[in-house]
Ligand binder design. Sequence first.
Ligand code: BG6
Length: 489
Amino acid sequence: MKKILKIRSFNTVIFGGDGDLAFRKIYPALFHRYVDNQINCDFNIYAITRSKKTHLNFYSNLRLSIQNSIDYDLDNKKIVDFLEKIKLINIPKHTKTDYLVLKSELNKTTSFQNIFYFSTPADAFGEISETLQKCQLINSRSKVVLEKPLGFSLASSKEINLKISKCFSENQIFRIDHYLGKETVQNLMVLRFANHLFEHSWSSEDIDSVQITVAETIGIKNRGNYYEQSGALLDMVQNHLLQLLCLIAMEPPAKLDANSVRNEKLKVLKSLRFFNEESVLKETVKGQYVGGNISDDYKPEIQVSSYLEDINKFESETETFVAIKSFIDNWRWKNTPFYLRTGKRMKKRYSEIIINFKSVRHNLFLSQGEISGNALIIRLQPEEGIELVQMTKLPGPGGYRYKPISLKLDYLDSFQERLPEAYERLIIDVLRGEQTLFMRQDELEAAWVWIESIKNSWEKTKLKNILYEAGSWGPGNDILDKKHAWTKL
Ligand code: BG6
C-alpha cells in the first residue's frame, strides 16, 4: 500500500490573500482540514494583499466566508483558533523592501516548509517568484501553487512558466485544476482500473461515444475583463474538460505515482485530432447568451441580462458556450467521438460524463422497437453519483416490453459523510508534495497546442457566435451525428 506522508509544519503565503478565490475556496479548505485534524502540526497562514486592508474589515469578511462554508454544528472556538493563525501583510510592490515584513516572519520558523500560493493574475507570477528568490525565501523544501489561467496563449503560458522555472524546479510547482480534486473525478480512476467489467469494454470496440458536459447557470459575475480574454474555450475546455477527457481516455498507468499518471494523460493530449478551417466549421459551435429566465436548484425563476449587458459593451465575439466534437487518434479510441460541451447561463447546473456503449449486435426483440445501448453516467455535480443505464423488462404479461432503467449510486446516500471540497484534497496534496493531481508543464503545453488549433481556425473562418437564450441548453446540436443526442435535452 502507498505510504501516506505526514504533514510537516508549514507556512502558507497566499498572494492575492484578499481575493475572491482565497475567501471562497482557499481559507475554507484549510479550515476544514484543520477541523478534521488532518492538519495537526504547527502552521501559519500569511494573507498578502496589494492594497491596504483594515484588520477589522479583513477578519470580518474572513470569518463570514468560513461560516458560510460550514453546514454542520461546530464549536465557534475552532473558528477563533483558526483565525488566529492567519496574519495579514500588505505588500504593495514586489521589491525586497516591501517583502521585509514577510521575510522576518518566515525567518522565525526556518524549519517549516514554505508554500507560496499565487492567487493573483498570472502576469505577476514571475515578479513574485524573482522577489522571493532575491529575499532568499525559496529553498529546496518550498513549493509554489499556481492558479489558472496560466496565460492566454501557448506563447504567454510558456513565458510565465519560464520565469517561474528560474526560481522553482518542476517538482516544486503545483498547477491547480480544481476539477482534479473533485471526489467523483478521482473516482474515475477507481471506476476504470478497479472494475474489470468496465476496463474490459473501455474502447471504441464497445463504446459508441462519450459526452462531457459542464453546464452552469451562473453568468460571468464581476469577471468581465478576465472573461473577455478567455471565453468558454480557455476558461473551461483548455483545463477542466480536457482533464476529464484525459482521465477517461488514458491508458492504465504503470503505477499511481505522479509521473506515470501524467505521462499517460500527456499521450492522450498529444493524440487529439487538430482542427483546421474546414473541421472547425463542422465540428465546433460557439454561442453567447442573451437575456432570459433562469431557475435552478429549486430557486424561484429570475430574469437575467445578456452577456453584452453583463460586460457593458455593444459588441463582443467572446463565446460563453462551446461544443466540440473531438477525436483521439489512437488505437483505443479510433472513430469514437468525444463530445465536449460547456456554457454559462444554461438551464441547469450540472456536470456529467456519459459513456454511451454500443447496442447489442443482434436485436432479438425487434418487434418491440430499438434497443438503446447501455450508458454509464458519472455525475460530478450537483448530486455526485454514478448511474448505469440498462434495458429492463417491464413487469407483467404481454410479451417483452422493455425500457432503459438506471442502477444508481448516490455518493451522499452511500457514504453518509461530508464530501470534502476539491480544494481541501488538493491543498493537502501540496503539503504532502504529491503531484499526481496537478498539471505538468508539458501537459499544459500540449493542451494549449490543441486549443490553439481551434482558436486559430475560429479566427481564420471568422466563425460567429450563435445567440442562445439564458436558461436554455444552448446551440450544441449542430455538431451531433444523427444517432447521438445530448442527454438532458
Ligand atoms: C473556474 C472557471 O475554473 O471553474 C469558472 O473560471 C467556472 O468560470 C468554475 O464557473 C466552475 O467550477 P465548479 O467547481 O463550480 O464547476
